[in-house]
Design a protein around this ligand. Structure first.
Ligand SMILES: NC(=O)c1ccc[n+]([C@@H]2O[C@H](COP(=O)([O-])OP(=O)(O)OC[C@H]3O[C@@H](n4cnc5c(N)ncnc54)[C@H](O)[C@@H]3O)[C@@H](O)[C@H]2O)c1
Length: 419
């Protein structure tokens, strides 16, 4: 292992920081690079800027041991792992962060180096990155040349960790490694062998890029089925949670759980990369996105009806909103349907709103600064003071709420916690 003495991780967010920390915990000298100087300063103090079990303790240890250091500028290393954002805007993947990360790596590359892209990307991105690097460094040979000569190996290795279990899954998950050439994949495998105990599955670069998008599209289609069922069941007066529980007793049926929509940086976004790449063919994948994206409006219609019911009885109701994160027990609000729903309720003036989110210190986004919206850290107080209780995120903190606590309240339970 030998050849990879110094590894640079570009982008120290939800993926890059744990990857840097785990590599460093295996004794590799890791330089983490981020354009955000606050993030860099925090990490160099041995602190973390994201909530992830055990990440704070391991980060503090590797920083103290001198195995991880963070910086805002890229320097020489034996391998570069790029984990920068790839948002989706206006029907297109925004590859600006990947391009700028590749541009920052190019000047320090030398023969023998490895570059691995981990950011979720449309098919063809890694090949485009090779073209970009080759243009910036005409003195180096990049993979894919007719003559087979190659100074710098390039691969794509998608990340499939579950927030909340990142440090475990980074190590234990199987990984797909796509090389521009088989030699590139073999070289990248050496890097992942440092910390992965799961199988390392080599393939070509486009299959690896497509694999990540396929996994999340598969999940999205499954959730869309459950969400569609929940809306159908509401119309037909059937308890969807019981229905799914019973149907799942069939030995070959495994229906996922409905919710208020689909959020997060991956499942709500990645299927669009496939739709954008093959718009005519990706009909089911597109429809699943549309079904899931329509669910928050359905939940809001139910809340509106509950408010109208209270107002008809002469009450200006208080709506208690439980959870804003995109899923249980994480502090990530990106693409969160819960946040979207809470912001919509807060934009109405016909109710008071109390919001609970154990992973936020203050009201995020458009929720802050509104007179009729406040945050509460005490769920029992929130329930007591609310006429309408909206369960959006089944954080473990809410397990203490019993059905008796909800006596006499209008309940909109999008997670089936009390159903
Ligand atoms: N978060 C997840 O659970 C998850 C899971 C699988 C895959 N991914 C993918 O991994 C990639 C990274 O996601 P994330 O959640 O870690 O993002 P993030 O926003 O948490 O972190 C990205 C970091 O990159 C930094 N950055 C941006 N441009 C940079 C540059 N040019 N040089 C150095 N740093 C730069 C940002 O300041 C930020 O700190 C995305 O493509 C995402 O789709 C994320």
């Amino acid at each position: 292992m030998n050849r990879l003495r110094t590894i640079s991780v570009i982008g120290l967010g939800y993926i890059g920081l744990p990857t840097a920390v785990v590599l460093a915990s295996r004794g590799v000298s890791v330089v983490g690079v981020d354009i955000n100087s606050d993030v860099v300063a925090r990490i160099n103090r041995g602190e973390v800027h994201i909530v992830e079990p055990d990440l704070d303790a391991v980060t503090a240890r590797v920083v103290q041991n001198g195995l991880l250091r963070a910086t805002t500028s890229v320097s020489e290393a034996d391998a570069f792992v790029i984990a920068v954002p790839t948002p989706f805007h206006d029907g297109k993947a925004d590859m600006a962060y990947v391009k700028s990360a590749a541009a920052s790596v190019a000047p320090v590359l030398k023969a023998g180096d490895l570059v691995v892209l981990e950011s979720t990307s449309p098919p063809g991105t890694t090949e485009a990155m090779v073209v970009q690097l080759a243009a910036l460094r005409p003195d180096l040979k990049f993979p894919g040349r007719q003559d087979g000569a190659c100074d710098v190996r390039v691969a794509y290795c998608p990340e499939r960790v579950l927030p909340g279990r990142v440090l475990v899954e980074l190590v234990e998950n199987d990984r797909v490694i796509g090389g521009i050439t088989p030699e590139c994949a073999a070289r990248a495998e050496e890097l992942y062998r440092i910390f992965c105990t799961g199988s390392l599955l080599r393939t070509d670069v486009r299959t690896a890029e497509m694999c990540k998008l396929t996994e999340n599209s598969f999940r999205d289609v499954g959730i869309a089925f459950a969400n569609e069922l929940s809306v159908i069941c509401e119309k037909l007066g059937v308890n969807v949670w019981e229905l799914i529980r019973l149907a799942n007793h069939h030995p070959r049926v495994n229906i996922l759980q409905p919710g208020p929509g689909v959020g997060g940086h991956c499942i709500a976004v990645d299927p669009w990369f496939i739709v954008a790449a093959a718009p005519e063919q990706a009909r089911l994948i597109r429809t699943a996105r549309e079904v899931n994206d329509a669910k928050p409006a359905h939940v809001l219609a139910n809340i509106k009806a509950a408010i109208a019911g209270a107002r008809a009885a002469g009450i200006r109701p208080t709506v208690g909103v439980l959870g804003l994160a995109f899923k249980a027990d994480v502090d990530d609000f990106r693409e969160s349907p819960a946040l979207q729903i809470a912001e919509a309720i807060a934009s109405w003036s016909n109710c008071e709103v109390i919001v609970s989110e154990p992973h936020a210190e203050a009201l995020p986004g458009r929720l802050s600064g509104l007179k009729h919206v406040r945050m509460s850290g005490d769920v029992h107080e929130l329930i007591r003071e609310s006429h309408i209780v909206v369960m959006l995120v089944n954080h473990r903190h809410y397990k203490e709420i019993s059905r008796e606590d909800l006596e006499g309240k209008a309940i909109i339970d999008t997670r089936g916690v009390w159903s």
